[in-house]
Design a protein around this ligand. Structure first.
Ligand code: GLN
Length: 546
C-alpha cells in the first residue's frame, strides 16, 4: 500500500493593509488545488476576543455567515464554501476568544496535568491542534488557513508563532503566502513596493519568511516590479504572483493559474501535480460576462459606516443574486436602497417600479422597519417580484396582516411589544435567553428541515418535499394567526415537519408573479456552480418583468 501522504499546510497572511482580498485569495488557492484533484479545505482564524461573530453589528464586522451546524462566523467562510462548493463546520472557524476559552476550560479540567499553562506554547499548540481536527473532519490532504488582520498588529502575533512552530517541525509540509498591496499615488503612476518590503521584514522579525507573495494592485505587475519585490524580499521572481483587481471575484482562480500557481505550490509541498479540471468554473465565469442586465434593488439599513457604503453586510445575498443571474447569462445590476428613505417619501416608492425585482434581506430592531413595510406593500400591489429573507418574511406577514387581513396595528413584538396583533412573536425558547441576557449563540441557528406544499412556487423551485436551510432568528410567525392569514389568501408553502413553525410564505401565481419570503437564509447555501433554486426562480420572474 502506498504510504499515506503527510497533511500539507498553507497559511495565508496579509500585509500592508486590511481588505486586500485575503479571503478571496485563500478561497481561490483552495479552488485551484481542488481542481487538481486534491482534497482541500480552508480555515479562518480571526484575531478578536469575541468567541464567534454572532454578537457583532454588521456595520462593524460585515455579514455574519452561518454554517449548517449553527456556527456564526466570518463572511470569508462563505467564500470558502462558495469556491469549494462544499459545506464547512464549526471546526473550520476560530477566534482568539474561542482559542483562549478552550485552553482555560482544559486547564480547569486538569487536562494539562499540573503544568503551568502559558501563552506560548499553549495557545499556538491549541491552534495547531484545531487545524488538525479541521483537516481530519474534512478528510483534507491540504489545509489552507487564513489569518485575519494584518502582519505587524499585536493581535495576530500568536498565530504567526503557531506557523513558526509548525514550519520548524515540518519544513516540507508548510508554506506561507503573503497577500500584499502595492499602492500607487494616482491612476497610471508607478506601483510602490516599499510597504510590501516592510511587511516582509515584520514577518521576518516573527521568524517567518513568505514562500509566495500575492501582489494585489489596481493593475497587473510589470516585470520590473516583480523583480524588485523578489530581490528585496528574498524570494524568487516566479513566486511573486500578480493579483490585479478583477470585475468578477470568480475570475481570481483563473488569473492565478495564468501564473501557474497550482503547479508552483504543489512543487513547494512536494506533491505530484494531478490533472487539472477547471472547465465548469471557466464556463460560469464566461456566463458572467454577458451584457444583458437584470436590475435588482436590495432594501436594507446596514449601509452607512461614516461616508462608506458597506455592501459587506449583505455579501451572501449579493453573491446569491449573482449566481442566479449567471445561470440565465445575465449581469445583475444591484442597487442599494436605504429603508429609512421609504418611511415618509411616497415619491421614492414610485421609483421601485424601475427595478426588475426587490429583495428585503435579514435584519434586527426597529430602525427602518416601516420603510421596509411600505416597500413590501408597493411590491405586492404593483406586482413587482419580491423576495423576503428572514426579517423580510416577518415584515411581509406584518404588511399582509395590516393591509389584506384587516388586522389593524399588527406588528412583530420585536418592534412593538404591545401590538394588538402580535403576528410575529418571539420563539418560546428564546424568551428565557433574553430575560437572562444570553445573547451569544442562542438564536435559532443552523440547518433545520422544512416540508414543502405541492403546487406552490416553492415546491416548483425546489422540486422536493423536504428541504434543509440555514436559520438565524429569534422570532417566528405566531401560530395563532396562521389560520386567519391563510383564509385571507396568504399561502404557507413551507413549514417545519411538525407544522409548528412557518418557513415559507407566498402569494398564488395568479395574484402576483413572485411574492415569496422565507424564514431562513437561502443566500448561505447558494454557490456559483449550484445557484439557489429560489433565487433562480426570483431572477427568472424578474427577467420576465422586463
Ligand atoms: N430580527 C428577526 C429575528 O430575530 C429576524 C432575524 C434575521 O433577519 N436574521 O427573528
Amino acid at each position: 500500500m502506498a504510504k499515506k501522504q503527510n497533511l500539507k499546510y498553507i497559511f495565508v497572511v496579509g500585509g500592508v493593509m486590511s481588505g486586500v482580498g485575503k479571503g478571496i485569495a485563500t478561497a481561490s488557492i483552495a479552488k485551484i488545488l481542488q481542481a487538481r484533484g486534491f482534497e482541500t479545505t480552508a480555515v479562518k482564524i480571526d484575531p478578536y476576543v469575541n468567541v464567534d461573530a454572532g454578537t457583532m453589528n454588521p456595520t462593524e464586522h460585515g455579514e455574519v455567515f452561518v454554517l449548517d451546524d449553527g456556527m456564526e462566523c466570518d463572511q470569508d467562510m462563505g467564500n470558502y464554501e462558495r469556491f469549494l462548493d462544499r459545506g464547512l463546520t464549526a471546526e473550520s472557524y476560530m477566534t482568539t476568544g474561542s482559542i483562549y476559552l478552550s485552553v482555560i476550560n482544559k486547564e480547569r479540567n486538569l487536562e494539562y496535568h499540573g503544568l503551568c499553562v502559558e501563552v506560548v506554547p499553549h495557545i499556538p499548540l491549541e491552534i495547531l491542534n484545531r487545524l488538525q481536527k479541521a483537516a481530519s473532519k474534512n478528510k483534507a490532504e491540504i489545509i489552507l488557513t487564513e489569518i485575519g488582520g494584518t502582519v505587524g498588529e499585536y493581535q495576530n502575533i500568536l498565530f504567526l508563532e503557531a506557523i513558526r512552530i509548525l514550519k520548524l517541525k515540518k519544513p516540507k509540509d508548510v508554506i506561507l503566502v503573503l497577500v500584499s498591496h502595492l499602492p500607487s499615488l494616482s491612476a497610471g503612476s508607478e506601483l510602490k513596493t516599499k510597504p510590501t518590503q516592510y511587511a516582509v521584514r515584520t514577518l521576518n522579525s516573527a521568524g517567518l519568511q513568505p514562500d509566495i507573495i500575492l501582489a494585489r494592485a489596481d493593475v497587473a505587475l510589470d516585470k520590473k516590479r516583480k523583480n524588485k519585490i523578489a530581490f528585496n524580499c528574498n524570494i524568487y521572481e516566479e513566486d511573486v504572483i500578480s493579483a490585479p483587481n478583477v470585475e468578477n471575484i470568480y475570475e481570481v482562480p483563473l488569473n492565478f493559474e495564468e501564473d501557474n500557481l497550482s503547479q508552483n505550490i504543489l512543487g513547494k509541498l512536494n506533491l505530484k501535480p494531478r490533472k487539472k479540471d477547471l472547465r465548469k468554473w471557466q464556463n460560469m465565469v464566461k456566463s458572467a460576462k454577458s451584457r444583458k442586465e437584470v436590475k435588482i434593488g436590495i432594501v436594507g439599513k446596514y449601509f452607512s459606516a461614516g461616508d462608506f457604503i458597506l455592501s459587506d453586510s449583505y455579501i451572501s445575498v449579493i453573491e446569491a443574486v449573482k449566481h442566479a443571474a449567471f445561470a440565465f447569462k445575465v449581469k445583475p445590476n444591484i442597487e442599494w436602497l436605504s429603508s429609512e428613505e421609504f418611511e415618509k417619501n411616497s415619491q421614492k416608492l414610485k421609483n421601485l417600479s424601475n427595478y426588475d425585482g426587490i429583495v428585503i434581506p435579514g435584519g434586527f430592531g426597529s430602525r427602518g422597519v416601516e420603510g421596509k413595510i411600505n416597500v413590501i406593500k408597493y411590491c405586492r400591489e404593483h406586482k413587482i417580484p419580491f423576495f423576503g429573507l428572514c426579517y423580510g418574511l416577518q415584515l411581509a406577514v406584518v404588511e399582509f396582516s395590516r393591509s389584506v387581513a384587516g388586522l389593524k396595528g399588527a406588528n412583530t413584538t420585536e418592534v412593538n411589544q404591545n401590538t394588538p396583533h402580535p403576528v410575529i412573536d418571539i420563539l418560546p425558547e428564546q424568551k428565557k435567553n433574553l430575560s437572562e441576557n444570553k445573547y451569544g449563540a442562542t438564536m435559532r441557528l443552523g440547518a433545520y428541515p422544512a416540508s414543502l406544499k405541492k403546487g406552490t412556487i416553492a415546491y416548483e423551485a425546489y422540486k422536493e418535499h423536504l428541504i434543509s436551510e440555514r436559520h438565524r432568528h429569534r422570532y417566528e410567525v405566531n401560530p395563532e394567526y396562521v389560520a386567519i392569514l391563510s383564509k385571507k389568501g396568504l399561502v404557507f408553502s413551507g413549514f417545519s415537519p411538525n407544522r409548528h413553525l412557518m418557513e415559507i410564505i407566498e402569494l398564488p401565481k395568479e395574484k402576483h408573479p413572485f411574492f415569496v419570503a422565507v424564514q431562513f437564509h437561502p443566500e448561505f447555501k447558494s454557490r456559483p456552480l449550484s445557484p439557489h433554486p429560489l433565487f433562480k426562480e426570483f431572477i427568472k420572474t424578474s427577467l420576465n418583468k422586463k
